[in-house]
Design a protein around this ligand. Sequence first.
Ligand code: ATP
Ligand code: MG
Length: 299
Amino acid sequence: MKPRDRLRIAVQKSGRLSEVSQDLLARCGLKFRHSRDKLFCFGESLAIDLLLVRDDDIPGLIADGVCDLGIVGRNVLAEQQAALQSREAVVPFRELLPLGFGRCRLSIAIPQELDYAEPSSLQGLRIATTYPALTAQWLQQAGVTAKVVVLSGSVEIAPKLGTADAICDLVSSGATLQANQLREVAGILDSEAVLAAAPGLPPDERGELQELLLRRIEGVIQVRESKLVLLQTTRAALAGVTRLLPPGQQPTVTSIEGSADDVALQAVCHGAITWQHLEDMRRAGARHMLVLPVEKMLA
Ligand code: ATP
Ligand code: MG
């Protein structure tokens, strides 16, 4: 592999993860000049370039050293990992950070009228999937012998077509399963988009860039889930009000000029703050409550 001084990150070109992935990188301050073929985008703000590819190619691009990082579903990463492990080959990529979007699960589903009590109910059945390695691994761990039928898509219609008795596929809302009279009976893997990388840090400037990008991504994720809460209360009610705040940093408490009893509280909280939270805090003695979005954060 030729040495490179620019970091390269692969994201899905078009599909469920493509827009959110590019939006995440934009929030990290990355700007790209789009090329005519729209596959390679030169990074203008930092020495980080973007490659737009099919999601299935991302682990391989990292393994071959063509890219340093990738944003891909854990399901894709885990499938290719399981395939390599089944051949006792080394796994040349790893999950660095879960990104909190593209959530779904890989599950076994069977026709609604079929009985299911435990994994052994699948004994001897044909299971259609685009995830043969993960399916085989799960069946083996459950001690079940079943035939894995590999399909490249439209797995959900296999039972109706008679090419399989059950399926193992990605589920998010469950609407596709329902539309095909299937029911989910076992979860194999909980998935979301993740940042994937080679096992070690690149030994040159790219290593520093990778660390910088990782910190910024963590910051963006934290900001997305954080709110700044401002309120006033009395010293006597302070402990009760503080207890009702969602988890977060230790609040800052300051006295209010001209008032011996009243204090102002400022806290960065993680997770949703609902009307219910505010009403509970009001009952506990909080006043003048403000909940503000956080724009940027760096620890
Ligand atoms: P590509 O052309 O890049 O190969 P694809 O068809 O394999 O695209 P998409 O359907 O765009 O992929 O899904 C990308 C990822 O989105 C999945 O690998 C998975 O991690 C995630 N995802 C979230 N919810 C779902 C869902 N209901 N069905 C399928 N994938 C989902
Ligand atoms: Mg794909």
